[in-house]
Design a binder for this molecule. Sequence first.
Ligand code: ADP
Ligand code: MG
Length: 300
Amino acid sequence: MILRDLGEFNLIKRLSRRIKLSACVVKGIGDDAAVLRYKKDRHLLFTTDMLIEGRHFLKSSGGYLIGKKSMSVNVSDIAAMGGIPLAAVISLGVPPSLSLDFVDGLYRGIREIAGKFKIDLVGGDTVRSKKIVINIALTGEVEKASLVLRNGARPGDVIFVTGAIGGSLNKRHLNFTPRVKEAGFLVKSYKIHSMIDVSDGLIADLGHILESSRAGAVIHEKDIPISRDAKNFKTAIVDGEDFELIFTVSNRTADRLIKKWPFRTRLSKIGHICKDCKCLCLISKDNKKQKQKIKGYAHF
Ligand code: ADP
Ligand code: MG
């Protein structure tokens, strides 16, 4: 058997089954970041993301934007846990022929995001590679009461998404603002039952919440905010790299939240977690119910 037959998500599942964890681990594989015991009132968060030339970026986009993206994707995962970032290590695979300008730009982008979110850059590794590879690992912290996992969605919960979905791969994926501020407001003011950031696509990432929470959902095409950059609805909901937040709250919380939302970032109620279905259903604009195959971006 080869990896393609198994698929990315089944491979991760298989790897995680063989791992034994110590009592320090609050949450291991299966969320946006790992959660570790840390302080009396806080958990430590720990996440990593790898970007590869040709897959996540083109060299022609320039070091600066690629640096911003490589940091921001990690920050987005910390935000999705309800936390704030702390310190990062940066590993580079680079060809010897790469210009110094590119690497200076890369670090300008990395430093800019680190500065914005008060992240300390504390190490890394540098190796020779045919293609440019950037791997950042980032720690963060979260107050115990603010921690949000993917697995807490409850029947009757309202599903929200921030911003607009789709068309990110045209441009936005290199230059987006991780939703740290919005997530911070949410977890401090409300009981957020589940949360994830959209990296694999709206359908796939809502699917991750549903799978972890053993729940189903109904969402409405008319309520899903589609970005102006998106080609059409069908691709927008599966394309990925939006780095918006999907989260669920109780019905009562939803009403309060809509009234109090203080940001310019859009907030949309797109559906609800259902009581007795285990699938994801999309109600189209002409009121037809379509069961969604939970697919989005997977590397293989
Ligand atoms: P995200 O899109 O939020 O970064 P991923 O889909 O990359 O999340 O990963 C899902 C989960 O699987 C995370 O908990 C991640 O740490 C874990 N994971 C991914 N690849 C591996 C691997 N090779 N070994 C162990 N855990 C992994
Ligand atoms: Mg994520």
